[in-house]
Design a protein around this ligand. Sequence first.
Ligand code: 5AD
Ligand code: SF4
Length: 457
Amino acid sequence: MKYLLHTYGCQMNVRDAEGVAACLEAAGHLPAVDEADADVIVVNTCSVRGKAEEKALGKLGLLCAGKRLAPHRLVGVMGCMAQRRGAELLKKIPKLDFVAGTRQQQSIPEILARLVAGERGLVRLDDAAAVPRVPSAHLTGPVSAFVTVLLGCNRRCAYCVVPDVRGAEYSRPAAEIFDEVRQLVASGVREVTLLGQSVMNYGRSNPVWEGVRASSAGFREDFPRLLEAVSAMPGIRRIRFTSGHPSGITDELVRAMATLPHICPHLHLPVQSGSDRILGLMRRGYTAAQYLDAVARLRTAIPEFALTTDIIVGFPTETEADFQATRHLMEGAAFDNAFVFKYSPRPGTPAAAQCDDVPAAEKARRNQVLLDDQDTRGLRLNEACVGHTLEVLAEGVSLRNEERWSGRTPGNKIVAFEPPPSIAAGDLVAVRITRAGPQTLVGEVAGEGCRPIQQRL
Ligand code: 5AD
Ligand code: SF4
């Protein structure tokens, strides 16, 4: 059969979709070029905000309506919304063929086989007692790949649906992660991003080191040990990890980031709010001062450190003063980039019991103010790069301008540049920055053609 996957949501979902694609291809299925060509279409969903669920429901509705013209086509739903709403989705969308939870990637080929045999309305949700299996995903091609290291989440932030849908934390055995990275490198990948909801909690939930040697750099904490082992793997040029939580910024983590080769000097460290009162209500487990202290320790140890974040505006009871505290923190932390979200009550979360009392128009205003602030700040920080030569991992032709290529700096800034004739995806090139915008940089390859560079510029 020919399959098509539509993915919404975060990087974890992108990685899950690759896992499903790998399982389907191992079972003899092939990727479809578009919807019309597909025998089965799976919508991989997100539940983090109401809007994300609405979008996926809209897409599922359209796909199921399209079955009038292509009755043989199967339509399924997987991911966070599938896990959260389960069989209810079958009632809501009668033509839907199957629902698969967030840890069910490897069951999808079997689900398809049963549907082909005539069964309908199959539901496979996660079993909290089972040891999760993460199919390895090593489809060839891209230079950069995601590797899930920690599933689920044990933190219970008051607004967040993720612990309900993705279950309790489970750390993949280190040996399994090394196998996956080895396969990725063999297929041309040069940069891996290690994924987890609170990725620095790696190893805290279950034993992971069976058959693996101890740290030679003297790391005792599990996540720095993992970073050390991955950075020693041949062929790896860059390692990133996301998302962080300030409690994970231990002295060992800072030492690992500052001293290990290939670890990018960038962290996505969601702060959510700059008001201690709101942080308390959100149950984030830190104050604004503690957050800024973690950032200061990273900056002291890693001079070229880049920081990005997530913010929620309009959490219940958020006042103008709370909002101004967020603006103030964002300026103090000098974020290179920020993703701003309007609070959306999620059923079953503690915050949903509180009145969603910040009016939609006010949420929209606060959202826009923070985006404008960030544009100004981003431009200022990016302009400081002009005239400097930065190391860029060449990814391929720029999406915006076919004449150019694009890639990222170690600090995760996107750089567009005119490619020398000899360039190949995966090359590390030295690019002298000539222009800056709020989100991207433009530059020219420094020196004759492109040359691989060993050290970080
Ligand atoms: N409403 C709005 N934003 C949310 N996020 C998580 N839950 C919610 C919610 N209920 C945001 C957080 C998180 C990002 C992935 O999504 O900022 O870091
Ligand atoms: Fe990712 Fe959270 Fe959305 Fe699930 S709900 S896809 S974990 S952002």
